[in-house]
Design a protein around this ligand. Structure first.
Ligand SMILES: [Zn+2]
Length: 146
């Protein structure tokens, strides 16, 4: 069993809830204060997990300026981008020669323009690391439409 105590603005309820699938008991004695008691996974779930592999995806970590929670956002993988296009982009962006660019390995990832905090649901513009003048002007919190 594992006990977690959480303070979350979204949990405006009082009472207890047993999530059978997640084998987790949520107890909310005061609004926004939640005790989360996780039971050990059932034996069959443990056996299934031992035989299962998960695929990891490239992501960016960021801290929410509003609530401070650490978030992970998936990077965007451009759909078909061919080898010559990649070489051309590398030459243009980093000033590499054709041979230097052709020798590079890896794949292109793009960051999303906006990210939404998983905890407080606020949406923020992301900074562009290539922008000539990085500034804090992109802090424009607004509620997500979700
Ligand atoms: Zn947040």
């Amino acid at each position: 069993m594992k006990l977690t105590i959480k303070f979350d603005r979204r949990d405006i309820w009082v009472g207890a809830f047993w999530d059978r699938e997640k084998r987790t008991l949520y107890v909310c004695p005061l609004p926004m204060l939640v005790f989360i008691l996780r039971a050990e996974p059932a034996a069959d779930a443990k056996r299934r997990a031992e035989r299962t592999e998960v695929e990891l995806h490239a992501a960016s970590r960021w801290d929410c300026p509003e609530c401070g929670i650490e978030n992970f956002t998936r990077m965007i993988r451009p759909e078909s981008i061919d080898r010559e296009e990649t070489i051309s982009l590398l030459r243009e962006k980093y000033g590499l020669s054709h041979d230097e660019a052709a020798a590079q390995e890896g794949e292109w990832m793009m960051q999303p323009d906006r990210v939404t905090c998983a905890a407080c649901c606020m949406t923020f513009a992301t900074t562009d690391p290539d922008a000539p003048e990085p500034g804090g002007d992109n802090y424009e919190p607004h509620r997500s439409d979700k």
